[in-house]
Design a protein around this ligand. Sequence first.
Ligand code: C2O
Ligand code: CU
Length: 497
Amino acid sequence: MPTITRRRLLAGAAGLTGLAGAGLATAWGTGLFDRAPRLLDPHDGLVGRVEAARHYTGATVRAALTPRPVTLDLGGPVVQTWGYADTGPGPLIRARAGDLLHVEVSNRLPVTTSVHWHGIALRNDMDGVPGVTQPPIAPGGSFTYEFTAPDPGTYFYHPHSGVQVDRALYGVLIVDDPGDPGRYDAEWIVVLDDWVDGTGRTPDDVLASLRSMAGMPGDMGGMGGMGMETMTSPLLGGAGDITYPHYLINGRTPAAPVTLAGKPGQRVRIRLVNAGSDTAFRIALGGHRLTVTHADGFPVAPTGADALLLGMGERADVTVTLADGVFPLVALAEGKTGQALAVVRTGGGDPPAADARPAELDRAVTMTATLRAAEPVRLDDRRPDGTHRLELGGGMMPYRWTVNGATFEHAAPLPVTHGERVRLQFVNRTTMFHPMHVHGHTFAVAGGGARKDTVIVLPDQTVTVDLDATNPGQWMTHCHNIYHAETGMMINLGYRA
Ligand code: C2O
Ligand code: CU
């Protein structure tokens, strides 16, 4: 297994072709140093100096992750897949802001892997992008991630290798705020997922059939005749490429859902994570109104909502005051057929039907991009020093997605300078929505909008975001539809050397 040296990482196309030739090209991360300006090495001393300057509590949180083949009972269907745990999502990792996380990853998969800490403004060499910030973790190999987590919030972790996240390779990372008054009585973690693995196709099979459409120009599209529904939604336009047989909350189908138990009158904080790969979810709790308090971990001006839409990679924290009885918590697969469900129980009564559809789902739907940042996390008004425009392109036939007309391996990095205020304009030229994610930074949706790391860009829409370039390194910026990212819709936001 070749090791990427610093020299090789920055050597440009030749070294990277070598990596691809060695069969390591499944990472979302080879080739970015073609035609690059002089870019900062992820292992540069500056990365360590910025890390050393971060607030550090002196405490270390230790965890171990073993990605491996597992058999999961989804509540009826029993599937062979890859996961970090024998049930549902991977282990919860929980730290306080400023703690050092020390996570040993032992790869028991038959393929290389990596772990990316989605949303965390961490040191670049721990960002988990194989071929860019580290070598891929070989089968039987291991890698230790060690970084401080500076900002409180709800985050998650997943591989940055191929379409592995569309298996059970994901888990939640919570960074607690020691100063948070915690005005709630209980906390629930709700992880949403779209599920295909072990039902006759793996995510790699799905990707292969999407790609094979390139060779079938006469085909009318839609998974090469796999009976695709028309996946459109008034909220999103083109809402997805893949028909999933199951939608899950915390690893369970609606036929055998998890129960979230509480007491009437309790105030509960629900941390919602969309770990899906091709599905946005419209979320509501029957008989309740939600108050959205955080988007992608950062506080927003508390906003009432009947229903909330979360794209892939987005998180939201909501609070709710529990009524007395039994209620469906439903996450509708937006623009698709099917839903995920959990049961909220505070009293007696029959459980809701698997296809329960609370009326709240059909009331006004809150889109997280419209939320306002809470005052303490509002990005100050400052003129951007530079703007990068990212035109999102591509489509189903051939199955290929681009930024500025190029797939990732051909896309010139977007250079940024340490200390600058950078404006990004996501311009969607396609008929599908794209949840665009930036690694290592929490941008502000322009005009006092929410601080976020993932934002939905609707068809024909432009979303403008600003960020402070205070975390030097090489940072992937991509669609969090994993199939879009894997087939090209990714670019490097690269700090100059
Ligand atoms: Cu969850 Cu590159 O992202
Ligand atoms: Cu996309």
